[in-house]
Design a protein. Structure first.
Length: 443
């Protein structure tokens, strides 16, 4: 059957591709062979886990370590890899599509400025992406495998499985773990936690940025790469420092650890909201100020065209610069010596406000359908929408209606941001007239 090419727009293809992957994952996880108990584990746990894995979130209503069989865990890992790699591929290809729709001359300018996105060969881009993904995951596996074998696991096959699962989960910012308490048992172990943190950071930068870092010198980085890298560094410093200040003397989290253990735990606490979802402390026991900081970091997320969620670092930095420029009374907004077009500013504002609306709507729906208080429900909503996976522990206790709310938030947060971004970039319409200006009162 012939499908008209105009129908296959990014706005339609991306959601349909994710829906297909989620449907297949749900069917496989609903099979009796996927669970450790007798018979099927039920449709809702299978659907929730499939959405969480494909959307690389990490939230779970059942214990991944005990509820799912080795077959089920392997299916989850495959869904994480497909979701993470597919997201990066789709987002990168969408950048190419956007470049082509800007016209040949503008496309060549965009190619010269980014140094990373080849506007003429999609297959070459995807091939480079696959090499980056496999290489990064293999390096992380090689780093943590000896530690698992020597310190935690009795045999090499078990250690290898744990290393592979957690390395892939970390690089794809998924946050699924094969331990009932996530990574709490490794809270002070730098040989496991630091490589996983590195995988989260690299995976969250985004393919265009990774490609530029590998292929070009820092002096030739595009504005996007500079904003993403430097913005990520600043947010990591804030996250790590804020976690340490908030939890250093908290006896329910890291106060009883050694100084080195506290440092490792603080690094993990600052990195994972970027949006990995592994937790090495109990987030139900963290201080209120740390919970608030984590909410902000989760909402911002990581880099565009990567495995991280949130509204993205570039969006946050651009809006911050817009505010700063307005306070200074400047007529234009510039970043790294380049003027940001007004259309881009409107796109960033649209993405951010739609994200706020989605989180507030999700939180309100959870307040209506559950008996939990506002603070943990807001944390859960942001974690689901930003596809983080951190939780205060209430996810398994949510009623079916509440779990469906999180499913919708995870899907919108992962698919919606990419889709809305593509739709906004592709919907340039030139108005052939201008209306008279008039001001309203602001503030």
């Amino acid at each position: 059957m012939h499908v008209h090419s105009k129908w296959l727009t990014p706005v339609r293809v991306v959601p349909l591709a994710f829906l297909a992957a989620i449907t297949i994952g749900t069917a496989l996880l609903a099979l009796p062979v996927s669970t450790t108990g007798q018979g099927s584990g039920g449709l809702l746990p299978a659907l929730f886990t499939s959405v969480s894995a494909v959307c690389v979130t990490g939230l779970a209503t059942v214990d991944t370590a005990t509820f799912w069989s080795p077959t089920g865990q392997a299916i989850i890992l495959a869904l994480i890899q497909v979701g993470g790699f597919g997201i990066m591929t789709l987002a990168t290809v969408l950048l190419l599509v956007v470049g082509r729709n800007l016209g040949v001359r503008t496309g060549l300018v965009a190619q010269a400025e980014t140094h990373a996105v080849d506007l003429g060969d999609v297959r070459a881009v995807v091939r480079r992406l696959a090499v980056i993904v496999v290489t990064c995951e293999a390096v992380i596996i090689a780093m943590i495998l000896p530690r698992f074998r020597l310190a935690y696991d009795d045999d090499l096959p078990t250690a290898a499985w744990h290393a592979v699962f957690h390395a892939i989960s970390a690089f794809n910012n998924a946050g699924f773990a094969l331990y009932s308490d996530s990574l709490v048992g490794f809270v002070a172990d730098p040989w496991v936690m630091l490589p996983l943190c590195a995988a989260v950071i690299v995976g969250g930068l985004g393919f265009p940025v990774i490609s530029e870092i590998v292929r070009t010198s820092r002096q030739r980085w595009s504005v996007h790469s500079r904003v993403t890298v430097y913005g990520t560094i600043v947010l990591l410093i804030i996250g790590i420092g804020g976690f340490a200040l908030a939890e250093w003397r908290n006896p329910d989290t890291i106060a009883n650890l050694s100084t080195g253990g506290k440092v490792v735990a603080s690094i993990t606490g600052g990195v994972m909201p970027r949006t990995a979802g592994f937790n090495s402390v109990d987030y139900a026991a963290v201080t209120p100020e740390n919970l608030m900081l984590t909410n902000v970091l989760m909402f911002i997320g990581g880099g565009s065209a990567g495995t991280a969620g949130g509204v993205k670092v570039g969006t946050f930095v651009l809006l911050a610069v817009v505010i700063w420029s307005e306070l200074r009374g400047e007529q234009s907004v510039s970043v790294a010596g380049r003027t940001m077009p007004s259309s881009l500013q409107r796109q960033a504002l649209t993405v951010a406000l739609l994200a706020v609306a989605a989180v507030l709507a999700g939180t309100m729906a959870l307040l209506i359908t559950t008996d939990f208080t506002f603070e943990p429900l807001l944390f859960e909503s942001i974690s689901a929408f930003a596809t983080v996976g951190l939780s205060t522990g209430i996810t398994p206790d949510l009623p079916p209606d509440g779990q469906v709310v999180l499913i919708v938030l995870m899907f919108i947060g992962r698919v919606g941001i990419v889709t809305v971004g593509a739709a906004l970039a592709l919907s340039h319409r030139r108005r052939r007239y201008s209306l008279p200006e008039e001001r309203i009162i602001v503030g």
